[in-house]
Design a binder for this molecule. Structure first.
Ligand code: ATP
Ligand code: MG
Length: 896
C-alpha cells in the first residue's frame, strides 16, 4: 500500500464505524495560552473534552498535522538522529465524545491493524496502565481484560505513568492510555531476545505506533485531577511509523513519505544516502543531515502555510530555529553554501496536494519566505564563523591562579571557548551548542559546556521573570459552561458570573471573569477584545480592560472582583470604541476585496489588527504597492463606502457551501462545520468572519491609507484609518498646508512658490561659495606674507573670517602648497563656536617630530574643547570664543 492508500484506509475504516471525517486543525494554535503548536490530535477537541463546547456528532476521525518541538512534547534533538521521531508528523486519530469507550476502541484498533492492514499479530505488543499510588490511580484492569480477548497474555504489558498516562501539557485533559508497539526485528534476533523486554526501551526497531487514550480527568494547576463531565476516547497513531511498518522498512525515511525528498537532496548534493549507516561511521553525518532536511522542511512549510512566519519571538522563533538547524546541517555536511532548503517546498506541496491543500495553494509564498530566511541566516552563519575565529585566535597559556588562602595552582595549557562566548554564538548568531563544539574540536579547542548552560539558564530565568504569569484555577459558581455571545445584536446584556480566577503577571493582580451571557467580543481574527463595564445593582461598576478567548470561553479581564459575586449584572460594551472598531473591521474587508481587484487574486491576508484607532493589514505580495495602486485601492473602498451597502450577515452557513459560493477564507484559520459569512455586496466582498461590523458601509464615513511598507519576505503591510480618525487626519494635513501658506505669505500656488524658493536658495548657495573662494584666495596671499621665520619654520598663527570648516581646510591646503616648512594655526568663529585648525608640513612632522593632532588637543584646552586628526592636519572645536587669542599665542611655544 502507498502512504496515501494507508491514510485513506484509516479514515474509511472509522467512517464505516459511524465516525465523521473532520479536517486537520492548523498546526499553529491561536486561542490557547498553554500551547503554541498542535502537538496531538486531541488539541482541537480540548474544549469539547472540558465540556466548554459541543459538536453535532459524537464520533470523529481525522489526520492531524502535529509539531513536537517545544513544551512538554519536544522531540527536536532526536530528529534525524533516530529514524522515527519527526518534528512535524501526521497523527491519525479516532474520537469518541462521551460515546463509546475502552471496549470498542480496543476492538476496532485491533481489527484495523490485523484485518485491514494485516499486520503480523505476533509482532504486536499492547500496554495498559499499571496504576500510580501517589496519584491515587488504580490499575487499569478493564483495559487488560478487553485486550485479553484478542492478544496473547505474553504480549500484554503493564506500563507506568510516564508511558501510559497521557497528558497534553502541565494542565488540561488527561487519562490512562494503552499503547500498541511493533517489533520489526528479524526473526533470528527475535528468537534470541524477547520483544516484550524491549517495549518502551528506546529500541529503534521496537517502536510505539499507536496510543489509545481514555480521557477522564482534567489536570488542575495545583496538580490535582478533576473528573471530566464525560468520558472520551482520544487515539493517536503516528502515520509515518504506520507506513514504515506496512511497507516493511526499518526507517520512516525509507518509505514513500520521505523517499522523494531524500532522493532529491542526495542528487542535488552529489552525495549518497546511506540509510543503514551507524553513528560515527563514514557517511553518518551526511545521512543525519539529509534526514534533518527532509523532516524540517515539513515543519517549516506547514507552519508558514498556517500563518506562522519565522520571527524573533515565541512561535515564530521556534520556526526560525528549526530552519536554522536545517540550514546548518546542509551547510556543514552537505556543503550547500547557497540557499537550498527552499527548493524542497514545491516537492512537498505536490506531495500533499489534496491531503493538505493549504500548502499547495501558497507554495510560491512559502518558498519565498524560506528563501529569504536562508539568505539571511547564511549571512549570519558567515559572520558567526568569523566571530568564532576571532574568539579562538588568542591562544591560552598556562596560568597561575592564586587561591584565597595564598596557595598557588597552575592550570595546564588548554584552549577553551568560554561559556559566555559559546552563548554569544548561540544567542547572536543562532549557533546551536553542538555546532560550536564541532568547530572547536576541529581546531583542537574545547567548549565550556557548563558555563554555556549557566548563561542559558540565566537568560531563561530573566525572560521567564519578565513574562511569568501565574494563573489560578477557576472558581466555579455555576456549573454551566455554555457561554452565549450576544454582541452581534446588542452591546448591553443582563448576565451572571459563572466562574472567575485570579491571575498574577509582572507583580500585578488581575481577575478573569466568565459570564453566562456577554456582548463583549473576545479578541480574535485580528479584532481586539472589547472594553467596557460590568454594572451591579448596588451601583458598583467594574471596568473590563480586555476580553480574550480561551478555548470555548469568553474571558473578561478586570482589576477587581465585585462585592456580591452572585448578583445579576449588566455587561456594557463601550459603544464609542466598538463603533470605531466596527468601522475599521468592515473597512478591512472592503480593502481586502479592493486589493484583490487592483493587485491580483494572489493577495492573501497574512495577519491583521483591527482596533478603535486604526486597521493594519498584512498580505502576501512580492512588490511594493505603488502610489498609483494605493490611490486606486483607496478610491474603490471609498466608492463602496458611498454606496452605503447594507451588511449581510449569515450566522450559520455550511462551510462547504460557503466555499463553493466563493467566499474568502483565511489560511491557518480553524473553521467548524458551520461558519459565519459577512457580505458587503454579493459581487464585491464575501468573507468568513467572526468579527463585528457596521450595519451599512456608509457608517465608515471615509477611508484613508496612511502607510504601505514591508514586514517580511513576500509580506507587505497597509495601515489605514476610517471615520473620525480619517477626518482628523485630513484636518491636520489641511492645517499644515495652511501654515505653510502663511509662512509663504499666502501665494496663489504654494507648489510654485516653494519651487521658486528652492531655486533661489540654490542660486544663493552658489554665489556664497564663489565669494568664499575669492575671499580665501585673497586671504591666502595675505597670510603667506605674514609668515614668521622661527628655527627654520615658517610660522603662521592667525584669526580668519570664513563661514565654514570646509573653507578653512581649503585655505590651509592651499597655503601648504605655496609656503614651504609651514607651521600653520588658524582660529575662527563658525556659527558662534570657536574652531582651531593646525597644518604642519610633512617634512617637519618627520624631522621635528611635530604632531598636529597632539598640538591641536593642547591648544583646544584654551577654548574649552577638544579635537584631533592626523600628524600633519588636525582640527578642534570648543565652547569658549574668548580663548582663541590665547590659543594662537600658545601655538608659538611649539616652534620656539
Ligand atoms: P514516543 O515514546 O515514541 O516518543 P509518545 O509516547 O511521545 O511516543 P504519543 O504522545 O502517545 O507518543 O503520540 C501518539 C503517537 O504519535 C505515537 O504512538 C507515535 O506513533 C506518534 N508519534 C509521537 N511522537 C512522534 C514524533 N515525534 N514523530 C512521529 N510520530 C510520533
Ligand atoms: Mg514522545
Amino acid at each position: 500500500m502507498t502512504a496515501n492508500e494507508i491514510r485513506k484506509a484509516f479514515l474509511d475504516f472509522f467512517a464505516s464505524k459511524g465516525h465523521t471525517i473532520v479536517p486537520s486543525a492548523p498546526i499553529v494554535i491561536k486561542n490557547d495560552p498553554t500551547l503554541m503548536f498542535t502537538n496531538a490530535g486531541m488539541n482541537q477537541f480540548k474544549a469539547i473534552f472540558l465540556g466548554e463546547e459541543t459538536l453535532k456528532f459524537t464520533r470523529a476521525v481525522d489526520t492531524q498535522r502535529c509539531l513536537r518541538v517545544s513544551g512538554k512534547h519536544n522531540d527536536l534533538e532526536e530528529v534525524g538522529i533516530d529514524t522515527y521521531h519527526h518534528t512535524m508528523f501526521e497523527m491519525l486519530g479516532n474520537w469518541s465524545f462521551g460515546d463509546y469507550f475502552k471496549k470498542e476502541a480496543i476492538a476496532w484498533s485491533w481489527e484495523l491493524l490485523t484485518e485491514v492492514y494485516k499486520i503480523d499479530k505476533s509482532r504486536l505488543y499492547v500496554t495498559y496502565f499499571e496504576g500510580d499510588e501517589k496519584e491515587g490511580l488504580e490499575k487499569d484492569t478493564e483495559t487488560y481484560n478487553f485486550w485479553k480477548e484478542f492478544v496473547a497474555e505474553a504480549n500484554i504489558l503493564p506500563g507506568n505513568k510516564k508511558d501510559n498516562f497521557w497528558e497534553m501539557g502541565e494542565t488540561g485533559p488527561c487519562g490512562p492510555s494503552s499503547e500498541i508497539h511493533y517489533d520489526n526485528r528479524p526473526d533470528s534476533e527475535r528468537a534470541l531476545v524477547d520483544g516484550a523486554t524491549l517495549v518502551n526501551g528506546d529500541h529503534d526497531q521496537v517502536i510505539e505506533i499507536w496510543n489509545n487514550v481514555f480521557m477522564q480527568f482534567n489536570r488542575l494547576k495545583d496538580g490535582s485531577l478533576q473528573l471530566l463531565p464525560a468520558k472520551h476516547v482520544d487515539t493517536g497513531m503516528g502515520f509515518e511509523r504506520l507506513v514504515r511498518v506496512m511497507q516493511g522498512k526499518t526507517s520512516n525515511y525509507d518509505t514513500d513519505v520521505f523517499q522523494p525528498m531524500i532522493s532529491f537532496i542526495a542528487e542535488r548534493s552529489g552525495k549518497k544516502y546511506n540509510s543503514a549507516v551507524k553513528p560515527g561511521r563514514e557517511g553518518w553525518n551526511e545521512a543525519v543531515a539529509m534526514r534533518v532536511l527532509a523532516d524540517h522542511i515539513r515543519a517549516i512549510s506547514f507552519a508558514i502555510a498556517d500563518g506562522q512566519l519565522p520571527s524573533n519571538n515565541k512561535a515564530g522563533y521556534v520556526i526560525r530555529r528549526i530552519l536554522r538547524r536545517a540550514v546548518r546541517y546542509s551547510y556543514q555536511y552537505l556543503e550547500f553554501k547557497e540557499p537550498f532548503l527552499n527548493q524542497l517546498v514545491p516537492l512537498l506541496a505536490e506531495q500533499f496536494k489534496r491531503v493538505f491543500d493549504n500548502l499547495y495553494d501558497q507554495k510560491d509564498f512559502v518558498q519565498k519566505v524560506v528563501l529569504e530566511e536562508e539568505i539571511s541566516f547564511l549571512r549570519t552563519l558567515l559572520s558567526g564563523i568569523n566571530r568564532f575565529n576571532q574568539m579562538t585566535s588568542v591562544f591560552a597559556t598556562a596560568q597561575t591562579v592564586v587561591n584565597g588562602d595564598g596557595t598557588q595552582i597552575h592550570t595546564p595549557y588548554k584552549n577553551v571557548v568560554s561559556g559566555k562566548n559559546a552563548f554569544e554564538l548561540s544567542d547572536t548568531y543562532g549557533f546551536p551548542l553542538d555546532l560550536t563544539e564541532l568547530m572547536a574540536r576541529e581546531k583542537g579547542w574545547q567548549v565550556d559546556v557548563k558555563g554555556f548552560n549557566e548563561a542559558l539558564q540565566q537568560q531563561k530565568t530573566r525572560s521567564r521573570a519578565a513574562t511569568a504569569i501565574d494563573t489560578g484555577d477557576w472558581v466555579v459558581l455555576k456549573d454551566d459552561d455554555t457561554v452565549e455571545f450576544t454582541g452581534y445584536d446588542e452591546t448591553e446584556s443582563i448576565a451572571h458570573i459563572v466562574k472567575y480566577r485570579k491571575v498574577k503577571a509582572k507583580g500585578t493582580e488581575q481577575y478573569q471573569i466568565v459570564l453566562d451571557k456577554t456582548p463583549f467580543y473576545a479578541e480574535s481574527g485580528g479584532q481586539v477584545g472589547d472594553k467596557g463595564e460590568l454594572v451591579f445593582p448596588v451601583g458598583e461598576v467594574i471596568y473590563v480592560t480586555d476580553t480574550k478567548k480561551e478555548n470555548g470561553l469568553i474571558v473578561h479581564f478586570t482589576d477587581k472582583l465585585p462585592e456580591d459575586i452572585d448578583d445579576a449584572l449588566t455587561a456594557i460594551v463601550d459603544p464609542a470604541l466598538r463603533n470605531r472598531t466596527n468601522s475599521n473591521h468592515s473597512a478591512t474587508h472592503l480593502l481586502h476585496a479592493a486589493m484583490k481587484q487592483v493587485l491580483g487574486a494572489h493577495v492573501n491576508q497574512k495577519g491583521s489588527l483591527v482596533n478603535s484607532d486604526y486597521l493594519r493589514f498584512d498580505f502576501s505580495h512580492f512588490a511594493k504597492v505603488t502610489d498609483d495602486e494605493l490611490a486606486q485601492i483607496e478610491a474603490i473602498v471609498n466608492q463602496k463606502v458611498r454606496e452605503n451597502i447594507p451588511l449581510k450577515e449569515e450566522r450559520s452557513v455550511l462551510y462547504a457551501e460557503a466555499i463553493t459560493s466563493g467566499v474568502t477564507a483565511l489560511f491557518g484559520e480553524k473553521y467548524g462545520e458551520y461558519v459565519r459569512v459577512i457580505t458587503f455586496d454579493d459581487e464585491f466582498s464575501k468573507e468568513l468572519c467572526g468579527g463585528t461590523h457596521v450595519k451599512a458601509t456608509g457608517q465608515i464615513g471615509f477611508f484613508k491609507i496612511i502607510s504601505e511598507s514591508a514586514v517580511a519576505a513576500g509580506v507587505r503591510r497597509i495601515e489605514a484609518i476610517t471615520g473620525i480618525a480619517a477626518e482628523d487626519y485630513i484636518i491636520a494635513q489641511n492645517k499644515l498646508v495652511q501654515h505653510l501658506k502663511e509662512l509663504l505669505k499666502n501665494p496663489k500656488d504654494i507648489s510654485k512658490s516653494v519651487e521658486a524658493l528652492l531655486e533661489e536658495n540654490s542660486k544663493l548657495k552658489k554665489e556664497i561659495e564663489k565669494s568664499v573662494l575669492e575671499k580665501s584666495a585673497g586671504l591666502k596671499n595675505e597670510l603667506a606674507e605674514k609668515a614668521e621665520q622661527i628655527n627654520g619654520i615658517n610660522f603662521i598663527a592667525q584669526k580668519v573670517q570664513l563661514p565654514n570648516a570646509d573653507a578653512i581646510k581649503n585655505l590651509a591646503y592651499q597655503l601648504k602648497d605655496i609656503v614651504s616648512d609651514l607651521f600653520l594655526v588658524l582660529a575662527a568663529e563658525i556659527d558662534g563656536k570657536p574652531s582651531l585648525t593646525v597644518m604642519i608640513a610633512e617634512n617637519l612632522v618627520k624631522e621635528k617630530n611635530l604632531n598636529a593632532g597632539a598640538i591641536v588637543r593642547e591648544l583646544a584646552k584654551e577654548i574649552k574643547g577638544g579635537g584631533g586628526g592626523q600628524p600633519f592636519f588636525a582640527t578642534a572645536g570648543g565652547s569658549d570664543i574668548s580663548g582663541l587669542d590665547k590659543a594662537l599665542e600658545k601655538a608659538k611655544s611649539f616652534v620656539a
